[in-house]
Each structure stands twice: as C-alpha cells, then as structure tokens.
Design a protein around this ligand. Structure first.
Ligand code: AMP
Length: 208
C-alpha cells in the first residue's frame, strides 16, 4: 500500500501514522523527521534546511523532491509500500511525485486552525517517534513506550505555528482538491475525538 497523510501541522498525522504502522507492514517516510535528524546530526543537509524549518517555511521543492525520490527507491519502500507523512506539501511536489510513485490513497486529517493553535504548546515528542499531549501526560515527561526523555520541537511555538499554518493553507491545502479530483482522497474528522476513534475511521476508509 502507498499512502499519503495530508493534514495541517499538529493535526495528528504522526500519532495516526504510528497506529497504522503497527497494523500494516509499510515504511514510514516523514520528511520532517528526516530533516530533524539531519539538523541534530549537523549534516550538510541539516545546515542547509535549518533556516527554513526554524522559521516555519518550506524547504525548497528541488531539494525535498530529490530526497523523497531517493528514499522511495530503496528496497524496503519498493517491496513493502510506504506511508508519506509531510510530503507532498506543494502542488509541484505532488506533480513530481507522480513521475516516480503511484499512490493508492490519500488520508486528509481535518482539524481547524483554532484547535491546532491550542494543541501546539502542549505537544511533547520522544526520539522513538511517540507523540503525547500534555492533557493525557499530566506531570510526566517520560515516554511510556521506551522510557526516553520527552522534548518539545523547536518549531512548536505559537509564533512559528501561525506561520506554518499560513504556509499550509496557501501551499498545501490545494492538494486536497488535487487528490479529490483523482478519486483517491478520504476526509477524516481529526478534531474533538480520541486518537483511537480517528484511527478506526482511517482503517475503515483504507479497507475500501
Ligand atoms: P513536519 O514535521 O512535517 O511538520 O515538518 C517540519 C518542517 O520541515 C516543516 O515546517 C518544513 O520546514 C520542513 N518540511 C517537511 N516536509 C516538507 C516538504 N514536503 N516540503 C518542504 N518542507 C518540508
């Protein structure tokens, strides 16, 4: 299966990706994770993209498309299929993607800007990929899955999130109609429901 997760930043893509990967043996390809790993390791790619990610701006298409094209050409993605999380984010990335991958389904996680701005300052992450909300975490800052120390993303603050939302609404939202026109998009209500409820909808939609 080859799937795309569309949705604004902090809409729950990572949380739902986690669940999906437990049920389906596919590869998680998150461009944001790839960039963050490179930034923390101080690689040339990390040094190049940092100025964009820290300001809530998109990394240039040419660089991002080549990175994803290379990742999807690897044997694991070729044999198992993949879940694209955070890519494509522009129409030009989506058009480029069509030249090297055939997508089966696009899951569009719908959450309002107001809910996202409320969520952002309460989001905590673990290196293992787990994501938590302060509402369910309480005082703990330890990962329930691996025991690791939780941290907050440098770009998870209200000012940068406002910019990321603007960028999402301008550059990425047009992809919803692009994929709806192809008949492969499913809208999922990602607001005011538990992650389990949302995941059930996603699983049901993918079965079809
Ligand atoms: P994410 O973890 O998906 O929210 O991505 C974090 C940041 O990485 C974004 O705010 C962008 O700066 C950059 N980024 C991730 N994916 C892309 C993409 N497909 N195109 C351009 N920039 C991206």
């Amino acid at each position: 299966m080859k799937i795309i997760f569309l949705g604004a930043p902090c809409s729950g893509k990572g949380t739902q990706a986690d669940r999906l990967l437990k049920d389906f043996d596919i590869v998680h390809v998150s461009t944001g994770d790839i960039f963050r790993t490179n930034i923390s390791q101080g690689t040339p790619l990390g040094l190049e993209v940092r100025k964009y990610t820290e300001n809530g701006l998109l990394v240039p298409d040419s660089l991002t498309v080549e990175l994803v094209k290379d990742r999807l050409s690897k044997p694991d993605c070729q044999s198992k299929g993949f879940l694209l999380d955070g890519f494509p984010r522009t129409l030009s990335q989506a058009v480029a993607l069509e030249t090297f991958a055939k997508i089966d389904a696009v899951v569009n996680l719908c959450v309002s800007d107001e809910a996202i701005l409320k969520r952002v300052s309460g989001r905590w992450m673990c290196k293992c990929g787990a994501t938590y909300s302060v509402d369910t975490l309480g005082e703990s800052r330890t990962c329930e899955r691996c025991g690791g120390a939780l941290y907050q993303r440098a770009d998870d603050n209200p000012a940068t999130m406002q910019k990321r939302l603007e960028v999402y609404n301008t550059s990425t939202l047009p992809l919803v109609e692009f994929y709806r026109g192809k008949g492969i998009l499913v809208d999922i209500n990602g607001e005011n429901r538990t992650p389990d409820e949302i995941y059930l909808d996603i699983k049901e939609a993918l079965k079809k």
